[in-house]
Design a protein around this ligand. Structure first.
Ligand SMILES: [Zn+2]
Length: 451
């Protein structure tokens, strides 16, 4: 079986075949660095990371680029509120983003590209679009893409053409808008007072780029005019990715992206987790609750990337407990590592090659650990092999093994403590100590370790 991915362009699963057989060229829309990313945002990066790991696992080389939006409406507005320069403001959140992706075991792309490093490339594309009469300058000096001139506009988002024509009379300057506002969009925004000292003086005049042109410039500069895969969240389909196609294909005349892949939302109380709804959590909240950030990765992998998942803390706590159990089972396999089980490996590949079926891959991991016919050393080799894709951190696991009987006593102690029976709780602590272990009460519960 070969790799099959769901392509948003065709709305079907397609066989994967990269343009250059040796190397896959992949681009991911990264964060806008104006705040801490919330865990809903991280679904997009964990999805892209899983996809990349599956490609690597299948033997492809992958050239992966992820951008950092360090100039747009939001970064300008919020840096001014804090009285900081755009650079100093965005660099802080960039560093925080790097820390977060490390704790989520997300492999680094070959390059993180900052939008402000690609202004010249953006100007070049806009000039080409002006030459081809696909763009025009408005009274205030801003430059807009003329969507009526681009015959494929709306292909990715499946916009209904009639509605599009009716609504396409106006223009929109803000970076983000919805399908009810299909209009000519800004490629270049002429400077106005709200921009303060954020501007570039270019052949296009004094101003700054629109958000959408940034990704066209960064992706094509680093990966060429034709990409294999472009990823993002479903909320990027319109307008962002639709506009990227218009700009890129409009300027080059080539087919910009072969496979568009999008992950679904994380919901909170049936509503998309988003800053605007104020229903979001960051990884700091996860860590503050004593939950391993990898439990979030694990929880996401339990769902398919194209299904919406409803976030509740109980579910994340549950996945934290399940992950700990997996770690324990792995540690109990002992020190020896032998051969990968080809039977399990084949199935694992089969599931992931079918549009990244991570829920089935995880079920297989549990099955493997329970399978009496496989030796512990072979199991260990197979788990490590699976973890090249899952990224759950088995390789670096150094947790000490606490015997089951000690854990049982600790659990008993926790229960009596919750009922405020401190006498019994102290007795149990002494018993645990007498067996060579100690128990400490932390903000997130008990911690048991060897004395
Ligand atoms: Zn983008």
């Amino acid at each position: 079986m070969s790799l099959r991915f769901y392509n948003t362009l065709s709305r079907t699963k397609e066989d994967f075949s990269p343009i250059d057989k040796k190397e896959v060229r992949m681009y991911t829309c990264g964060p806008t660095v104006y705040d801490y990313a919330h865990i809903g945002n991280y679904r997009a990066y964990i999805f892209a990371d899983t996809l990349k790991r599956v490609l690597l696992y299948s033997g492809y080389k992958v050239k992966h680029i992820m951008n950092l939006t360090d100039i747009d409406d939001k970064t300008i507005c919020d840096s001014q509120k804090e009285g900081k320069t755009l650079k100093e403001f965005t660099e802080f959140y960039t560093e925080e983003f790097y820390k977060d992706i490390k704790s989520l075991n997300i492999l680094h792309p070959v390059k993180f590209t900052k939008a402000t490093d690609y202004i010249a490339e953006m100007v070049d594309i806009i000039k080409k679009l002006l030459d081809k009469k696909l763009a025009y300058k408005s009274e205030d000096g801003s430059i807009y893409f003329d969507i009526k001139k681009f015959k494929n506009y709306g292909r990715l988002a499946h916009l209904v053409l009639e509605n599009q024509k009716e609504n396409a009379a106006g223009r929109i300057k803000t970076d983000e808008y919805d399908k009810d506002n299909v209009q000519d969009f800004a490629l270049w925004k002429a400077w106005d007072e709200k921009d303060g000292n954020v501007f570039w003086k270019t052949d296009l005049g004094k101003g700054r780029p629109g958000w959408h042109i940034e990704c066209s410039a960064m992706s094509m500069k680093n990966l060429g005019e034709e990409l294999d895969i472009h990823t993002g969240g479903v909320d990027n389909i319109f307008p962002h990715h639709e506009n990227e196609i218009a700009q890129s294909e409009g300027s080059t005349g080539k087919h910009f992206v072969k496979y568009w892949m999008h992950n679904e939302w994380i919901l909170v109380d049936q509503k998309k987790m988003a800053k605007t709804f104020k229903n979001f959590y960051t990884l700091r909240d996860v860590i503050d609750k004593g939950i391993n950030p990898l439990a979030y990765r694990f929880w996401l992998l339990m769902g398919h990337y194209r299904t919406r998942m409803n976030f509740v803390w109980e579910a994340l706590e549950g996945s934290g407990i399940a992950l700990k159990r997996l770690y324990r089972l792995y540690i109990e396999l002992g020190e020896d590592i032998s051969d990968i089980s080809s039977k399990y490996q084949q199935k694992f590949k089969e599931y992931l090659e079918d549009d990244l079926d991570t829920p089935r891959a995880l079920t297989l991991l549990w099955d493997l650990l329970k399978d009496d016919k496989i030796s512990n050393a072979d199991k260990k080799a197979t788990v490590l092999d699976f973890d090249k894709v899952l990224g759950l951190g088995f390789e670096n696991l150094k947790e000490e093994i606490i015997p089951e009987n000690i854990l049982k006593l600790a659990k008993e102690r926790e229960e009596v403590r919750n009922k405020k029976n401190f006498k019994k709780s102290d007795e149990l602590r002494e018993k645990i100590n007498s067996l060579g272990y100690e128990v400490k009460d932390m903000s997130d519960g008990q911690k048991v370790s060897k004395l």
